[in-house]
Design a protein around this ligand. Sequence first.
Ligand SMILES: [Zn+2]
Length: 221
Amino acid sequence: MLDATLAFLIAARCVACQQALAAPTRGPVCADCWAAVPWDDGPCDTRPRHVSTLVAAARYDGPMRAIVQAFKYAGHQTLDVPLARRLSDHPALDLRHIDVVVPVPLHPWRRLVRGFNQAERLARHLGPPVLHALSRTHWTPAQASLHADARERNVQDAFALARHVTPGGRRRLRGMLSGARVLLVDDVVTTGGTMSACARVLRDAGARDVRAAAVARTEKR
Ligand SMILES: [Zn+2]
């Protein structure tokens, strides 16, 4: 009843296909579009360095591309729940063997402008405890605007252990990461350069295993 009233009053449209939503209370994506997003099978062939497996829930095209863009840029932050569920339900992602989830950080300025870090929003719905272990040490151009080799150089030294996340600072953080099985989470993965740079910091801090997961992956260019 509520859905019928809302559908009539606000004429909400699906962010992916632009058709009128039959059930606006169930989120900004229609059931057909969710159903049209295929699983990305198994772990990805490309494996970033310092990462033991990389899993992506789907390819970054079709409805998934529109859904991720609506999540990041168009204010549909509530998409964090269904997107995280797509990821946590992935057959190749076994969260039982993860001690801690670490989101890929945004530069503070970018986070300020966007108002949130999409990776953090995804991480908090996966299940295991979230540790904001990383920070971006310098501003890097948006990855999407760069070619593959430039992306690698762009992010190589862009991450460090976060300084202020725990009262004991980096020493306490190293203690928490020591021997831990970590899942590194981002929204979209392309070359894996960002994942690789983050994983190296986590390994240097003593993490026993670093796996990586993203809701979508783009094809290599
Ligand atoms: Zn749709």
